[in-house]
Design a protein around this ligand. Structure first.
Ligand SMILES: Cc1cc2nc3c(=O)[nH]c(=O)nc-3n(C[C@H](O)[C@H](O)[C@H](O)COP(=O)(O)OP(=O)(O)OC[C@H]3O[C@@H](n4cnc5c(N)ncnc54)[C@H](O)[C@@H]3O)c2cc1C
Length: 304
């Protein structure tokens, strides 16, 4: 007997769950409240323009374990062309000046030195952090398949990046720039400009992002979000998965402490061996499960 799975939400997470469920012999159904799959990974046309809501850059666009997942789920196929821009960001100031973050670390370093020669030392330090960050390895196997050797290999290869993590792991981007102690007023203004509005953004995440760009592994899949989503939806359908649009889940039905099914907004009851929540966590925990399974960690995350 095939085990059945209900998946709440048909975004990238729900589609991935469905695809891997089907690949592993489960009979799955995605319940999505919108008529279309994709969730936030979507786009729409209006008055001759396409409004693309999601993908600007895709981690794993060219290689590595994330890339394997995109290929397996059909999000990227042999025909998908990837565009790797030379610049990560171009900021235009109100006075018309520009500040550029180049994808290539060496090029960005030279650009910053030209802008603020007196800050050669902190600029080199920051760029070297990025280079060290690129030693970070991603596990090819999921956690339950890893052995001691996999972890040992990871520690050895990722050593420089792990040391950076330990030093800056909890530092915000704004504090990181402050710690580097740039002297040039112009450079300070420009770099702090990146952090404006995202004061809590992690320094490590910033370094990581630029590393992915420099490795040309955070490119833009031509066509954007909608074709990306549709390729995943087609892969899911071709594996026998069932996508049910306009199906809003209101409650998760439990038996003891086990989820055994769902009740839709129109009153329909659906039962399965497993229920996967791939919708938003707040609705899942507070509404669909009536707040019965909220842990202190979840409460703190939403409170803050
Ligand atoms: C403006 C923007 C730009 C982004 N840019 C990038 C980028 O460049 N690169 C990148 O990698 N990521 C980017 N992201 C992030 C990316 O879009 C999300 O991480 C990803 O789409 C989340 O997928 P998900 O399936 O987890 O959630 P969602 O896409 O939110 O999917 C959840 C689904 O659940 C459905 N749902 C909710 N409640 C119910 C219910 N009660 N019953 C039934 N269905 C329900 C929703 O309708 C939705 O379809 C961007 C996001 C935004 C908003």
């Amino acid at each position: 007997m095939q085990k059945t799975v209900i998946i709440i939400g048909g975004g990238v997470a729900g589609l991935s769950s469905g695809i891997y469920g089907q690949l592993n012999g489960y009979s799955t159904e995605i319940l999505e409240m919108h008529s279309l799959p994709g969730g936030q990974c979507t786009a729409w046309d209006r008055k001759g323009y396409t409004f693309d809501y999601c993908i600007h850059w895709l981690v794993g666009s060219s290689f590595g374990p994330f890339h394997d997942i995109w290929k397996e789920t059909g999000a990227l196929d042999e025909q998908t062309k990837i565009w790797n821009p030379d610049t990560y960001v171009t900021m235009r100031m109100t006075n018309g000046e520009e500040f550029i973050i180049y994808a290539d670390i060496d090029r960005w370093e030279q650009y910053l030195v030209d802008l603020a020669p007196e800050d050669g030392k902190p600029i080199a330090k920051m760029c070297n952090h990025m280079r060290k960050m690129s030693t970070m390895q991603l596990f090819e196997k999921p956690s339950f398949q890893r052995n001691v050797l996999d972890y040992a290999r990871f520690m050895v290869k990722s050593g420089p990046a792990i040391r950076l993590f330990m030093k800056y792991g909890k530092m915000s981007l704004a504090d990181y720039f402050k710690k580097l102690d740039f002297q040039s007023k112009l450079l300070k203004e420009r770099l702090n400009g990146i952090a404006v509005g995202m004061e809590d953004f992690s320094a490590i995440a910033f370094l990581f992002t630029l590393v992915w760009f420099s490795q040309r592994n955070a490119g833009y899949p031509l066509g954007g979000s909608m074709p990306f989503t549709m390729r995943m939806a087609e892969r899911y359908r071709s594996l026998g998965g069932v996508f049910s649009g306009r199906s809003r889940v209101e409650k998760i039905i439990t038996d003891g402490n086990r989820a055994v099914g769902v009740r839709l907004a129109d009153g329909t009851l659906k039962y399965a061996d497993y229920v996967i929540g791939a919708c938003d966590l707040h609705a899942l925990m507070y509404d669909m499960l009536d707040g019965k399974y909220i842990t202190p960690k979840i409460e703190k995350a939403f409170a803050e």
